[in-house]
Design a protein around this ligand. Sequence first.
Ligand code: HEC
Length: 138
Amino acid sequence: MTNAQKWVLIIFVIFIGLLAVGRLTKNSGEDVTENSYMGNGQQQEELDGMALIQKAGCTSCHGSALKGTSLAPSLFAAKEYWSRDKLINYLRNPSSYSGDSRFEKYKEIYRTIMPAFNNIDVKQLGIIADYLLQLEKE
Ligand code: HEC
């Protein structure tokens, strides 16, 4: 083997080595993003629920953590009072439940009234309802 041939061989080996390293680091990079995407579907859904709730402005009356303010009650008891369907119905038309004794009491305590959210897509109300129904009372 001549000197020139040796150099060509060395450069070739280095080139292949770099290619392999490039492949490996690229693959591990892909794995990381894939994992963070697929990682926690549950958390993703909760975030969507809360994001919708914030977007709809519920927090301005019910509080940033939905634990109630002087304007509106805590939503942490939703699970005790509502089925999913009824809750969606309520959000679309709260006044139809105003005869309920719980709501009679609310009327005395809070100076605002719960607005009707029939302008929000029912599917999104479903996501909001799911979020409210999984809140655990402390
Ligand atoms: C303008 C203030 C206000 C806003 C905004 C508001 N609420 Fe209310 N909400 C109230 C009040 C006041 C009540 C008490 C019942 C009533 O007066 O109708 C209530 C009651 C409720 C209840 C029933 C609580 C129970 O004890 O069963 C739920 C559930 C609820 N709100 C969810 C929401 C959601 C979800 C949003 C956003 C999409 C929202 N509210 C936005 C004021 C508000």
